[in-house]
Write a protein of this length. Structure first.
Length: 194
């Protein structure tokens, strides 16, 4: 069985951080910290998702976010903050943004979405790796050589299975209400500006 996702909650209000942890602990391994500097000490390649407050004494959530991205850590980050979004968010490297107060359902939903996106990224990487191998062999070998090779047939099977997984994950991502509304909103704004 795979390890449960590892979640780091960075929130300077201990009661709120502990509440978020209680909401998520059934499905994830959860760590909490109340300080941006400590968050940077705790975060490493094992962390899958970070829930990050923007306003904290000392090192702000914005600075923590920038440092995580500079370290090129492969984790998803959701800002969970009382700071209403403004145009400054355009350049920020977060994956999602929730404005406090947040409900248990909203918090769990965003974590699920971020984990699903990570799965999709991994699947895409595997898919493109297999597709690159197939393309290289297609360019270098004759049709007869390709048809006669069992390893090539296995590669084609793996590619088909991976394509199906990517399609299924993509369908699940876009079946989510949040993303359906986001796409509708983008479409409406695009039509309105044309």
């Amino acid at each position: 069985m795979a390890n449960p996702p590892h979640l780091l909650i960075v929130e300077d209000e201990p009661d709120l951080a502990n509440l978020y942890a209680a909401w998520l602990t059934d499905d994830c391994t959860v760590e909490t910290t109340y300080d941006g500097n400590e968050a940077l000490d705790l975060i490493d390649d094992t962390v899958d998702v970070v829930l990050l407050d923007r306003r904290m004494p000392g090192l702000s959530g914005d600075d923590v976010l920038d440092t995580i991205r500079e370290r090129d850590l492969d984790c998803r980050i959701a800002m969970v903050t009382a700071v209403e979004p403004d145009f400054d968010i355009i350049e920020m490297g977060f994956d999602d943004y929730l404005v406090k107060p947040v409900s248990k359902e909203d918090l769990r939903s965003v974590v699920d979405q971020l984990l699903l996106r990570s799965t999709y990224d991994e699947q895409l990487q595997q898919y493109f790796s297999l597709a690159a191998k197939k393309a290289l062999l297609d360019a270098q070998k004759t049709d007869a050589e390709l048809k006669a090779n069992d390893e090539y047939a296995s590669l084609e099977d793996q590619l088909a299975v991976m394509r199906s997984k990517v399609d299924d994950t993509m369908a699940e991502l876009f079946n989510q209400d949040v993303y359906r509304r986001l796409c509708q909103d983008i479409t409406r704004r695009s039509v309105a500006t044309d």
